[in-house]
Design a protein around this ligand. Structure first.
Ligand SMILES: NC(=O)c1ccc[n+]([C@@H]2O[C@H](COP(=O)([O-])OP(=O)(O)OC[C@H]3O[C@@H](n4cnc5c(N)ncnc54)[C@H](OP(=O)(O)O)[C@@H]3O)[C@@H](O)[C@H]2O)c1
Length: 230
């Protein structure tokens, strides 16, 4: 039976592919992003089954507003998929502490604080899926803020799962290598994206994690890398 999922980063890249996938599976989707136009374009796919929520995930007041909007629309969420994020490739010297904090706030703090705000609205079972990265497993130089935040995303999911599994809520991560999205298209030269994964492939992994949890199983992490990746 189709459920309701809340997806962050739904206005672009991997999050948008996840939203399209869940809509195609007949789920209802509460789609979160700052770009209202992009969310409205998604809504055209299934107007009755998509709620567009414009919010900045780094603002605590917005998180409460997201929870209130989702609860007013559908009484329970069966899944929360957090794809919102940003990338920063800089040396330690070139990374201002405020930039480090910005990456961590969006990548880690928001994933914690949004789950906290949504807990009263989660059905049972419920699946929490966070987007992590290959960077959590390979230690890339000149990406200290990003790489350390992605390590923390995996730790966050493990801590959430340990605390919430007794309540029927499981937390898992997808850790992709390079995926062709607006983020990578603006961050890397075209040659670096040859052989990159499609966002739809990552959406397939997210869907598999959620379905597995719904069926009573559990996969803690899918490590999803392109064929030519080390
Ligand atoms: N692409 C890759 O190769 C790759 C690989 C491994 C991991 N990842 C991770 O996967 C996640 C998604 O990446 P992507 O490639 O799909 O990036 P993307 O296309 O740039 O999408 C990023 C999304 O995050 C949202 N976002 C950013 N700041 C926000 C804020 N303050 N409040 C609310 N939403 C915010 C953006 O929405 P608005 O602009 O509408 O706010 C957008 O929907 C990121 O965490 C990224 O690090 C990506």
């Amino acid at each position: 039976m189709p459920g309701t999922v809340l997806i962050t980063g739904a206005s672009s890249g991997i999050g948008a592919a996840c939203a399209r996938r869940f809509l195609a599976e007949d789920w209802s989707v509460a789609a979160v992003g700052r770009n209202r136009e992009a969310l409205e374009r998604l809504r055209a796919q299934a107007p009755e089954r998509l709620l567009a929520i414009t919010a900045d995930l780094t603002r605590e007041a917005d998180l409460a507003a997201i929870a209130a909007a989702a609860a007013a629309w559908r009484p329970r969420l069966q899944a929360v998929v957090q794809c919102a994020g940003d990338f920063l490739a800089r040396s330690i010297e070139a990374t201002a502490p405020a930039e480090f904090e910005r990456i961590w706030r969006l990548t880690v703090w928001a994933k914690f604080a949004l789950v906290r705000a949504l807990l009263p609205h989660l059905g049972r079972p419920a699946a929490l899926v966070h987007l992590a990265s290959l960077a959590a497993h390979r230690d890339f130089p000149e990406e200290t803020a990003y790489t350390s935040a992605m390590h923390a995303v995996i730790g966050l999911a493990r801590a959430q799962d340990a605390e919430l599994r007794g309540r029927g809520i499981r937390a898992a991560v997808v850790s992709p290598g390079t995926v062709r999205t607006p983020l990578t298209e603006r961050s890397f030269p075209a040659a670096a994206l040859e052989g990159a994964l499609a966002p739809e492939a990552i959406a397939g992994s997210v869907w598999h994690l959620v379905e597995t949890i719904r069926e009573g199983g559990y996969i803690p992490e899918i490590f999803h890398v392109p064929q030519n990746s080390a």
